[in-house]
Design a binder for this molecule. Structure first.
Ligand code: ADP
Ligand code: VHF
Length: 299
């Protein structure tokens, strides 16, 4: 039997636990960098409706640095770590205030979970994080996750929310991860650089050739570009979770995907028997007495 992309898409209707990641570029007006309130409202409405259908929903939301940067009147993307952390500290609170208000309007409860690499690599905190997610989802709450940028340093930062959302999908045993970006999905090259790039509907194997076509971020607000999205697919797919990259310019795309429509690029899950989240976490580099030591979390 020939199993087509169409066939896989129909299966998405039955997904029960969904992690949705929204990139900074989907939350701000590109011309001004100001928060796009109408889009946030649309996102919250679509997520509440998924909850009303009985699905478990987790939102991984970027945007803390972008929103904070605007509030602090910085016109350029901050480069210094302390500056990024200050922006995130301002922006995270502002974002949560908007999310809480909007979820409340639809009688749903949202919560905040901030994570760092240490949440994942320490057995006890990973266990606690998993239990907290499960308890919240059992109570019908919509957890809103971001990296704890205000305390993250190079050593403990996960670095990008694409990877973070895949980690969240793995530890919550989600069956679908949707990454919403500023582009329709994966192309054979970055379309902003190459007009002949072709759209890829479905990926069944993640190999080096995929990394060759996945380039960096396309906007001043994005982090990681397609490369970190392929990293995310590797984690999610190995953990047994399908993943889709789709365009977040209209958040109704979430609803279209859940109805089986062929939107975005689908990366198919293939559960790896020996899946261990630590295998996907970059080793920590520690400088000890001038010497660089590599701390591999798997040991
Ligand atoms: N092969 C590719 N296919 C599609 N987009 C690509 C590719 N390589 C690089 N990109 C870039 O990745 C960008 C999306 O990632 P990013 O800027 O990090 O946004 P986000 O904030 O949504 O995570 C696109 O706008 C595009 O310019
Ligand atoms: N944690 C950061 C976002 C990091 C990130 O990966 O950003 P993006 O590429 O916009 O998803 C923030 O909230 O600004």
């Amino acid at each position: 039997m020939l199993i087509t992309n169409k066939h896989y898409r129909q299966n998405l209707k039955n997904k029960k636990r969904i992690v949705i990641k929204v990139g900074s570029s989907s939350l701000v007006h590109p011309e001004t960098g100001e928060t796009d309130l109408l889009k946030l409202e649309q996102l919250v409405r679509v997520l509440c409706d998924l909850r009303n259908q009985g699905k478990d929903v987790v939102l991984v939301s970027s945007g803390a640095i972008g929103v904070g940067r605007k509030a602090l009147g910085l016109n350029e993307r901050p480069k210094e770590l302390a500056q990024k952390q200050a922006c995130a500290s301002v922006g995270q609170g502002m974002l949560m205030m908007i999310y809480q208000k909007l979820f409340n309007e639809y009688s749903h409860v949202a919560s905040q979970i901030l994570m760092t690499k240490h949440t994942i690599v320490r057995e006890k905190s990973l266990h606690n994080a998993r239990n907290t997610f499960n308890e919240l989802l059992k109570m019908g709450v919509i957890p809103i996750v971001n990296e704890n940028d205000t305390v993250s340093t190079d050593e403990i930062e996960i670095g990008d929310n694409d990877t973070l959302s895949a980690v969240v999908a793995a530890i919550t045993s989600a069956d679908l991860l949707i990454l919403l970006s500023d582009i329709d999905g994966l192309y054979t090259d970055d379309p902003s650089q190459n007009k002949d790039a072709l759209f890829i509907e479905c990926v069944t194997d993640i190999d080096d050739s995929l990394y060759e076509i996945a380039k960096g971020a396309g906007s001043d607000y994005g982090t990681g570009g397609m490369k970190t999205k392929i990293d995310a697919a590797r984690i999610a797919n190995d953990a047994g979770c399908d993943m889709i990259i789709a365009n977040g310019k209209d958040f109704h795309v979430i609803d279209d995907i859940m109805k089986g429509q062929e939107k975005g690029t689908l990366f198919l899950a293939h559960k790896s028997e020996k899946f261990n989240i630590l295998d996907y976490i970059e080793p920590e580099k520690i400088i000890n007495g001038g010497e660089e030591e590599i701390h591999d979390y798997r040991c």
